[in-house]
Write a protein that binds this ligand. Structure first.
Ligand SMILES: C[S@@+](CC[C@H](N)C(=O)[O-])C[C@H]1O[C@@H](n2cnc3c(N)ncnc32)[C@H](O)[C@@H]1O
Length: 676
């Protein structure tokens, strides 16, 4: 059985960064997506998309239908190596300390986390380049730990000619210096384009302290008359230069302190003001402060309305300096705005001001913007506000919930405003990639599996589709395949034998058919293959594929199960969690363990408590609002207590509700009626 793969173009060239176990990415396996929720305008023409899943898998999904379709990508991967980059199950408790870091397993003797991380970023950037449109750009944010590696990797992937800029941005809190290190107050965004067609809009920003610069007031070229009067003194420009503004304008901006004189000999500065007191007043005014940003205690400066020669050195050798207009074209210094924000409570939330710049520079209205490390959804929020379409992805369910809430609110506001020309979309869908819920909708689950195998669907027959020369039947995926299913299948094949083409006759004169039947199931009873051999007399070959062994990386949701004992007597309540089993978690662990070579590095669950994140108990549940009186939220290395007690103020009948959340965030909920 062939898997469906998406080809990936190879990196462009040089320079090359090397790390242990570096390998090219030639193709990626396609993962279907399952829709879980729809928000905003349910009848929208195009939907924006929020993916809950691992970004490599989400990109593999998108490559099939969205290659070359994204106009701008912004990413802000977590700084530091390891843990967060992989969908890794972290099990609690001391018992397995040191043995649970599955991905830290050293496949080769000296592969360190940094090697995994670089390989991860390498594959990710390769895929992101594939998905970028020809006019697309990518903005990658990092701090000093990684930006240099990522730049070399990006040079290799995009070609160094496609490097655009390195942008300096503000760090949230300065990292303190030490005896051998200076304080760090910046982070960086590196920008690459896919091709020369890339969009790079020049945007204007209000001038602020960070981008103020006094420049020479003269410009190239001769004009007549060449001279102007500054501070009551006639000044001629150098040969081949001119002053661009007419005298009237010169007078006005000089009075507003957008012009100053500087003595070329001693550096003394002359600002227009009626007196020193007037100048100090101007300097203190918040709005004017940027005009005096480069004044230090050592600056020799004078408040004057006219001047004849330097009041400091007596020379008459001035240059005129100019502060430009209110707006300046943004360059690569973005220290004037915050780069972090905290409106959602999601850690490392980026500021909307930062994303506004990124999105305005790198895209136009109606374009599609993506962020594959979405976090709080800042990129999507700004894209939505600026009339861009968007795609978001995060591995963390909290991110999906935070961003969903945020985006839904923005759309509600936009729907009220009813903007006529809106080139974005007012609807979005939440989708899962490789965490499929077969209990939610069986037809959908079937479609996912068919998509995964590349089965061509057929309508209104017993079979679900065709693959190569086989008729395909996808069995219900929320239970194992049994002999009864096979009996029904054989009967249906017999009933529809006319649909099969006779290829030959066997020695006994029975027909042998060209087409076979392929059965896809999720688990099967052990003796199913023997049963088929024995019972199938149709002449049609029946083959069974079990996705649990055949598509090991495909994850299907299965609800956790728990065994809870609740005792109540004389106002006293005693609860004991006796067992907890999460099929999906065990399956994921199994898959992860397969990648682990050393036996002692494989994750083992020796006690069910290790896979539980929290227990919450509402001792008097009203059937609507869960209000926990008992909460068990152990520290990272601890496990839950599993035994809880409570004393009611008075005797009576109560409903006890218990919520158990496992380390994957899956919830188990059960209620008990007690007489205490
Ligand atoms: C630094 S935060 C991004 C913050 C975001 N820029 C914002 O404004 O809120 C990094 C995010 O990447 C997510 N992440 C880490 N590894 C991932 C992976 N392999 N696939 C998808 N998301 C991942 C984390 O869950 C986290 O939300």
């Amino acid at each position: 059985m062939k898997n469906e793969y998406q080809k990936v173009e190879q990196a462009k060239g040089r320079p090359l960064l090397q790390w242990v176990s570096k390998k090219p990415l030639e193709s990626v396996q396609f993962y279907p997506a399952q829709e879980t929720e729809v928000y905003g305008d349910k009848a929208a023409k195009d939907f924006n998309k929020l993916f809950w899943g691992d970004n490599l898998q989400v990109l593999s999904h998108l490559l099939k239908n969205n290659r070359g379709a994204i106009n701008l990508i912004y990413i802000d991967p977590p700084f530091g190596t390891g843990v967060d980059y992989f969908k890794k199950i972290k099990i609690r408790g001391e018992i397995i300390e040191g043995s649970y870091s599955i991905f830290e397993e050293k496949q080769y003797v000296n592969v360190f986390e940094i090697d995994y991380f670089l390989q991860f970023m390498y594959e990710l950037i390769l895929l992101m380049r594939e998905i970028l449109a020809d006019d697309g750009n990518i903005f990658i944010r990092f701090d000093y730990h990684f930006s240099h590696y990522i730049k070399v990797i990006s040079d290799e992937i995009f070609g160094e000619d496609n490097f655009i800029n390195e942008i300096v941005i503000k760090r949230s809190r300065n990292e303190a210096g030490s005896s051998n290190k200076l304080e760090t107050s910046t982070e960086t965004i590196i920008v690459y384009r896919k091709t020369e067609k890339a969009v790079l809009n020049k945007i204007q920003v209000k001038r602020s302290l960070a981008n103020v610069q006094w420049t020479d007031f003269t410009m190239a070229g001769d004009r007549n008359p060449p001279q102007r009067t500054f501070f009551g003194m006639i000044i001629y420009p150098a040969k081949g230069q001119h002053f661009s503004l007419v005298q009237e304008k010169v007078d006005r901006i000089m009075k507003d302190n957008y012009l100053r004189l500087k003595c070329k000999d001693c550096g003394a500065c002359y600002y227009y003001a009626a007196s020193e007191a007037d100048l100090h007043k101007r300097m203190k005014n918040q709005k004017n402060r940027f005009k005096f940003y480069d004044i230090t205690n050592d600056t020799k400066m004078y408040a004057v309305e006219t001047v004849e020669k330097c009041l400091s050195c007596g020379k008459k050798n001035f240059k005129v300096e100019y502060l430009g207009s209110e707006d300046v074209t943004i360059g690569n210094n973005w220290m004037d705005i915050p780069s972090y924000s905290s409106t959602t409570g999601y850690p490392t939330e980026n500021s909307e001001q930062l994303l506004e710049r990124v999105i305005q520079i790198g895209s136009n209205e109606g374009d599609t913007v993506a962020d594959f490390f979405m976090g709080s959804g800042a990129t999507q929020a700004v894209a939505q506000k600026l009339g861009r379409k968007w795609i978001g992805c995060d591995i963390n369910i909290n991110s999906i919930q935070t961003a969903t809430k945020r985006l839904n609110q923005i759309i509600e506001d936009q729907q009220k405003e009813k903007t006529k020309v809106f080139k974005g979309s007012l609807g979005f869908k939440v989708l899962n990639v490789n965490d499929y819920d077969v209990f939610k909708n069986e037809i959908e689950a079937k479609e996912i599996v068919m998509e995964m195998y590349g089965v061509e669907p057929v309508k209104r027959t017993y079979f679900d589709g065709i693959l190569d020369k086989n008729f395909v039947k996808v069995m219900p995926l929320n239970r194992v395949l049994n002999k009864m299913d096979i009996r029904t299948l054989i009967k249906s094949v017999g009933d529809k034998i006319d649909s099969f083409t006779v290829k030959a006759k066997s020695k006994a004169g029975e027909a042998v058919y060209e087409e076979g039947v392929l059965v896809i199931c999720s688990g099967m009873e052990l003796d199913v293959p023997d049963f088929i051999k024995k019972e199938n007399k149709t002449g049609v070959k029946i083959e069974v594929r079990d996705i649990l062994t055949d598509k090991k990386n495909l994850i299907f949701k299965k609800k956790p199960e728990a065994k809870i004992e609740v005792k109540a007597k004389d106002k006293k309540l005693a609860i004991e969690l006796k067992d907890f089993y999460s099929p999906i978690l065990m399956r994921k662990l199994e898959i992860e363990n397969e990648n682990v070579l050393k036996k002692d590095h494989k994750a083992k669950v020796e006690d069910f408590k290790q896979i539980i994140d929290s227990v919450a108990i509402d001792v008097d549940y009203n059937g609507k609002l869960f209000n926990a009186e008992v909460m068990d939220l152990p520290e990272k290395r601890d496990v839950i207590k599993a035994k809880y007690s409570w004393e009611y103020p008075k005797k009576g009948k109560y409903t006890v509700a218990i919520k158990v959340v496992d380390v994957l965030g899956e919830e188990y909920f059960e209620t008990f009626d007690v007489n205490a």
